[in-house]
Write a protein of this length. Structure first.
Length: 343
């Protein structure tokens, strides 16, 4: 067991930097996003492929729901091994590849983006290391501008990637309400990182397994929270859509089973709340995040599409505190490294 000894972990310090990271990312990419969005409107694409792993892939899932609901363009998650292991060519056109990475150095990600470019498809890279091979290779570079991230548990870089995804979709779709929400996001994040989610810590002190539930825009938050609970708190947390969990997994939920639920302020969030209420009626330990008065974990009132970013900003602080309560070091999960060299 690795015990945290630092007075404040890198994970916590970096998650507190998220509001300024988001502000820098929006400022640094304002012109590029406007130009790329205009190009996508003038030359519409019929498909978007995302390429990412880990927390970056959760940012890609968030982007998938944004693009599909607000633009009607199908989004697929590209399996990197198709290029890196099988050397299969890309046979499509009228597409855009969006690659997301903190380091921009994973060999399978680079092989995948190269394969899409070989098919004549442009690559937009959301990457934190502007000197990385991915940044150099990309047709469109959107730097995350999060600054150095030393904790193995990615926080501010994931939130910055999600911020740029929603900023791109707001510009691409020319949705005024969403654009206003994006402009307010850094200030909302400053409040989110200060939110008190301590009520969600003690109930998980002895947890070994749990579900994390979301739907729609909030499903990416569920995926990311489940990953952080695994890597920093050693809890076998499994993410599910509030719809998918009804197809079998819910059979194991009973008295004392922990469930973390991310309920956004839209129809998808209503579905999450309904499932959470059903689990609570069975005696499960339900920790629901939402902007309504009945939620245990408070969330800033905001456009439903940006609430998952705010939820994660609050969750990261709770996860860091939970890891320490369980005697673990959130910055140094066993067997993990900051840059994963997958092929």
């Amino acid at each position: 067991m690795t015990v945290a000894t630092d007075p404040i972990s890198l994970m916590r310090r970096e998650s507190l930097e998220a509001p300024e990271a988001a502000r820098r990312a929006l400022l640094a990419n304002r012109e590029t996003i406007a130009t790329l969005a205009a190009r996508l409107r003038q030359r519409p694409v019929r498909l978007v492929g995302t390429c990412a792993r880990g927390s970056s892939d959760h940012a890609a899932t968030y982007g998938k729901y944004l693009i599909e609901t607000m633009l009607g363009v199908p989004v697929v998650s590209v399996a990197p091994s198709v290029a890196s292991l099988f050397a299969a060519p890309v046979e499509t056109e009228g597409a855009l590849c969006i690659a997301i990475s903190q380091s921009g150095r994973s060999p399978d990600l680079l092989a995948t983006t190269a394969a899409w470019q070989a098919a004549g498809i442009e690559v937009a890279a959301l990457v934190n290391d502007e000197g990385s091979p991915l940044a150099t290779q990309a047709d469109w570079l959107l730097p995350l501008s999060a600054g150095p991230e030393r904790s193995v548990a990615a926080t501010k870089s994931c939130l910055a990637a999600m911020t740029l995804m929603v900023a791109l979709v707001a510009a691409w779709s020319q949705d005024g309400a969403l654009a206003e929400a994006v402009a307010a996001l850094p200030d909302l994040l400053a409040r989110a990182v200060a939110q008190d989610w301590s009520a969600g810590v003690a109930p998980l002190a002895a947890a070994r397994q749990m579900f994390v539930i979301g739907r729609g825009y909030g499903f990416a938050a569920a995926q990311e929270a489940a990953l952080k609970l695994k890597e920093t708190c050693a809890i076998q947390a499994e993410p599910f859509s509030a719809a998918e969990v009804r197809h079998g997994p819910m059979a194991i939920v009973g008295p004392g089973f922990p469930v973390l639920a991310f309920a956004t302020g839209d129809a998808a969030g209503e579905g999450v709340t309904a499932v959470a209420d059903e689990f609570a009626a069975r005696g499960a330990i339900v920790l629901r995040a939402g902007a309504d008065d009945g939620a245990l974990l408070p969330v800033e009132a905001a456009h439903a599409a940006i609430q998952p970013i705010l939820m994660l900003a609050s969750f990261y602080g709770a996860a860091e505190r939970l890891a320490r309560m369980r005697g673990l070091d959130p910055d140094r999960p066993p067997h993990l490294a900051k840059v994963t060299q997958t092929r």
